[in-house]
Ligand binder design. Structure first.
Ligand code: HEM
Length: 132
């Protein structure tokens, strides 16, 4: 995937931090951990998207990161059916919003922003800004 700000935001702060569960089809060993056939496994997309072996300097937000093969929309047969729509919305909505609002800045420090209590579909409860 070509590097864009939307792709990097999806990687850096994955809205679906945990995917749904999977049932192991066969016994495998992964990083020294044995997963038996039939075991239920929780996939942590947010963690995979910060994997230093896949993304150099993974904890750094880099809007020009290329390639950016993140897993924010999942992978394989259950890959998000709405990925193209979500990408389009992000690409159109963010610039338009900033264009309409003009110059804005956060009204609160980043670590005080209110998040919705959600394990799967994460998001801010609100994003207070002040216009300059
Ligand atoms: C930023 C926005 C979105 C993100 C990050 C996202 C992420 C994901 C992820 C990670 C999965 C895979 C879950 C898994 O493997 O267990 C998924 C599946 C899915 N998503 Fe999205 N999604 C987004 C927006 C949308 C939208 C806008 C739609 C519909 C209009 C949509 C419809 C679906 C559907 C139907 C599935 C299930 C596909 C299947 O199981 O075959 N998503 N999404």
């Amino acid at each position: 995937m070509v590097g864009t700000a939307v792709e990097e935001l999806l990687r850096y702060d994955s809205p679906v931090r945990d995917a749904t569960f999977r049932c192991a089809a066969q016994r495998i060993s992964l990083h020294g951990q044995l997963i038996d056939e039939g075991d239920i496994v929780s996939l942590l997309i947010g963690s995979a998207n910060r994997d230093e072996t896949r993304f150099a300097d993974a904890d750094r937000l880099d809007v020009g990161r290329t390639p950016n093969d993140h897993l924010a929309f999942g992978y394989g047969p259950h890959f998000c059916s709405g990925a193209a729509l979500a990408r389009l919305e992000g690409t159109v909505a963010f610039p338009l919003l900033l264009q309409r609002l003009g110059s804005v800045q956060l009204a609160k420090p980043v670590d005080e922003l209110p998040w919705r209590p959600a394990r799967v579909m994460r998001g801010l409860a609100s994003l207070p800004v002040v216009r300059n």
